[in-house]
Design a protein around this ligand. Structure first.
Ligand SMILES: NC(=O)c1ccc[n+]([C@@H]2O[C@H](COP(=O)([O-])OP(=O)(O)OC[C@H]3O[C@@H](n4cnc5c(N)ncnc54)[C@H](OP(=O)(O)O)[C@@H]3O)[C@@H](O)[C@H]2O)c1
Length: 275
């Protein structure tokens, strides 16, 4: 897909692989909607990636640990644009950012479930009118190979918490949501796929976990760009990729009853039905 003139929203694009993506897409002439929490870092990024003759990248500030801020972000994008060609749900917290203790979002939800999954779930739904207006359009959920089945009796991990479990549960939730949403979007021209970009890229979340990086952001970034614009994935939906290749996710992703349970819980937690 030719990216010049396309409008692309990337959450978590003031750092890590999202920042790389923003720069690459701006260089290919896309109108990039940068999202992050830090205005100063966004300003620096915009100065680095703006190109004469191309649309100026714009910045949307929101803390995705607040569902109210997620809604405000969607409202701002809806107010400013009439179409969205690609939505990359990339923002995330690793297993150890800010230490090993269990944390909660502003809405009282387990923090990794809230930021890594629930925020993207709500944003994707709220942005659907713009994505449908731009069809054929794409949603890309940046998940991980780190996946752990959701215990529906304790989704907020109030017992036996550890960061790795919380992270892996949130990443599988993204993949389950991808399959679920692809079924709902059949026939609309909006596709949705998820991926593990690369293993232990050299980014803030990996360094926060004390892990020695083994991949570069360029490697993970290329895998995400493949789902953003690759011609070979045009029209494909509901798939999980490990890097550049289609792969199988944790078995719970293929359990329709589990996906339905996750959807019902997510609709309730985000008050989606209430609009
Ligand atoms: N690194 C890896 O090896 C690896 C492997 C598999 C999957 N992934 C996935 O790749 C994606 C990008 O991660 P990365 O490695 O690039 O990590 P990163 O450098 O730590 O970047 C994470 C991004 O998410 C944003 N973010 C975190 N918490 C937020 C919140 N509460 N509200 C709004 N934004 C928030 C950060 O915003 P600020 O800029 O404001 O801090 C940052 O831009 C994540 O979904 C991650 O799970 C990464």
């Amino acid at each position: 897909m030719e990216m010049a003139g396309r409008t692309v929203l990337i959450t978590g694009s003031t750092d890590g692989v999202g920042r790389y993506l923003a720069a690459e897409l701006a260089a290919s002439g896309a109108r990039v909607l940068i999202h992050g929490r830090d205005k100063a870092r966004a300003k620096t990024l915009i100065e680095q990636v703006r190109r004469p003759g191309s649309s100026e990248p714009s910045f949307y500030q929101a803390d995705l640990s607040s569902l109210a801020e997620v809604r405000k972000l969607a409202e701002a994008v809806l107010a400013d644009h009439t179409r969205l060609d690609v939505f990359v749900s990339n923002a995330g917290i690793g297993s150890q950012n800010e230490g090993p203790a269990r944390q909660t979002s502003r809405d009282g939800h387990e923090l990794r479930f809230a930021v890594n999954y629930l925020a993207g779930f709500l944003l994707a739904h709220l942005l659907l009118p713009l994505l449908k207006a731009a069809a054929p359009s794409r949603i890309v959920n940046v998940a991980s190979l780190g996946q752990r089945p959701i215990d529906f009796d304790d989704v907020m991990i109030t017992r036996g918490y550890n960061g790795a479990r919380a992270y892996a549960q949130s990443k599988l939730a993204q993949i389950m949501f991808t399959i679920d949403l692809s079924e709902q979007l059949e026939g609309t021209g909006v596709t949705v796929n998820s991926l593990h970009p690369a293993t232990y890229m050299n980014t803030t979340m990996v360094r926060a976990g004390g892990v020695t990086p083994v991949s570069t952001v360029e490697q993970g970034g290329e895998a995400i760009l493949h789902l953003v614009s690759g011609d070979d994935v045009a029209g494909k939906s509901g798939l999980f990729f490990n890097g550049m290749n289609e792969a199988r996710a944790n078995p719970q992703a293929y359990d329709a009853a589990a996906r339905q349970r996750l959807r019902a819980l997510s609709v309730e937690l985000t008050r989606l039905a209430a609009g």
